[in-house]
Design a protein around this ligand. Structure first.
Ligand code: MTE
Ligand code: MO
Length: 384
């Protein structure tokens, strides 16, 4: 993994920085008071090579985290089928199924509707589920029009309980020897879909949605794992039964052993809402002073604690200048006089309801048998 120094970062990304600061009036300056001469010390435990580069692309390199908002060209992307190229001129969004008035909307129609934005951290629920998968996360300012208004205009019928979002991307699925062509699809209950935060999104960090992130239109569902945020949208369909396709009911199913009054119950649940999590991002050194910096997300963050080499938990400082309900918080901790040699750095987030991010040996993680929803504490190794 190439490690870029702050100086190089400024040189190579000055255009992006200029665009950002112009738009967000200097937001970056608050969260990252990186100083001239600051050196990033690379982690020892670099992720191994990604075995599925077509599916998981452009992972976040944690040592390069230099801004609250992730620049579009550094944003990860996931594609389970193909990566469609869509001609926006010919593209239309269908809204149908159990509605009074089915709709066909162009991009211009959508842009003419009320404009709403949200800063939201999108994390793939598989992130940290494999050693090679640690960068399936990014934060952007997403702009679009509220989904609720579109559904209200279409008029959902009395028996409509489920809203299905279809992408343009497709592939073959086989169940019990039945072969079929399927488009990517995920659904939400009507109540969840009507959440006023949900956006039909066409803009990311002030630019049209980039092709890998769903051009021309995607769902942005703040508070949900990445999988719910369907890209390359073509159709929204209201139905009277729950969708049980691959991405609702076969893949993206978390299997856990739970303790039910002393008896083990194996429980299978569909991946849904984001979970409380944090991770160390990088260790920096300036004039001999070391600092650990990281991010925390997935729930309203009360505090973050850091432990070095299994020692006492120490309170990190959260940067409260860059905050949004559904975005990560950036934290830091000064690391005074580390001994030369190898060290392990672990972080844990505590939410405003008092829940702590589980340790790796907490039954919630240790008795989880699939890799999704890997929100256990992250430990990184470093040599000083
Ligand atoms: N149409 C479509 N939407 C999709 C996917 C996909 O494969 N096809 N992948 C999902 C998954 S698993 C994640 S984690 C997020 C990632 O969003 P990003 O690619 O913009 O980072 O997109 C989701 N939306
Ligand atoms: Mo994902």
């Amino acid at each position: 993994m190439p490690i870029t120094s702050r100086r190089e970062f400024i040189l190579t990304s000055s255009a992006t920085f200029a665009a950002f600061t112009a738009l967000q009036s200097g937001i970056l300056a608050h969260a990252f008071p990186s100083q001239v001469g600051e050196e990033v010390i690379p982690w020892l435990d670099q992720p191994p090579e990604n075995p599925v580069p077509q599916v998981v692309a452009n992972q976040l390199q944690w040592e390069q985290l230099n801004s609250w908002l992730t620049p579009n060209e550094q944003f990860f992307s996931i594609a389970h089928y193909d990566r469609p190229t869509i001609d926006a001129e010919k593209w239309k969004l269908e809204v149908g199924g159990l509605v009074k008035k089915a709709q066909t909307l162009t991009l211009a129609d959508l842009k003419a509707r009320p404009r709403q934005e949200v800063v939201f951290t999108v994390e793939c629920s598989g992130n940290h589920g494999f050693p090679w998968f640690q960068g399936g996360i990014g934060t952007a300012r997403w702009v679009g029009t509220p989904l609720a208004g579109i559904l209200a205009d279409a008029g959902v019928l009395e028996n409509g309980i489920e809203v299905v979002f279809y992408g343009a991307d497709a592939g073959e699925e086989v169940i019990r020897e039945v072969k079929m062509q399927q488009n990517f699809a995920r659904s939400m209950s009507l109540a969840d879909a009507m959440n006023p935060n949900n956006l039909l999104c066409y803009e990311m960090n002030g630019e049209p949605l980039p092709p890998p992130n769903g051009f021309p239109l995607r769902l942005i569902a703040p508070g949900w794992y990445g999988i719910a945020n369907v890209k390359w949208l073509t159709r929204i369909e209201v139905r009277d039964t729950r969708l049980m396709n691959r991405f609702m009911a076969r893949d993206y199913v978390t299997i856990r052993e739970e303790d039910h009054d002393g008896k083990t119950a194996w429980v299978e649940t569909s991946v849904g809402r984001a979970l409380l999590k944090s991770a160390p991002a990088k260790v920096t050194r300036k004039d001999g002073q070391m600092r650990i910096m990281g991010a925390a997300w997935g729930a309203p963050i009360d505090r973050v604690e850091v432990r070095i080499d299994g020692g006492e938990w120490q309170a990190a400082t959260i940067d409260r200048s860059d905050q949004a309900e559904h975005a990560w918080s950036i934290w830091s901790l000064d690391w005074n006089n580390p001994k030369p040699g190898e060290h392990a750095i672990t972080s844990r987030a505590i939410d405003t309801a008092g829940n702590a991010q589980p340790s790796m040996d907490d039954p919630k993680i240790a008795k989880k048998h699939t890799y999704w929803e890997s929100n256990g504490q992250v430990t990184r190794r470093i040599r000083i």
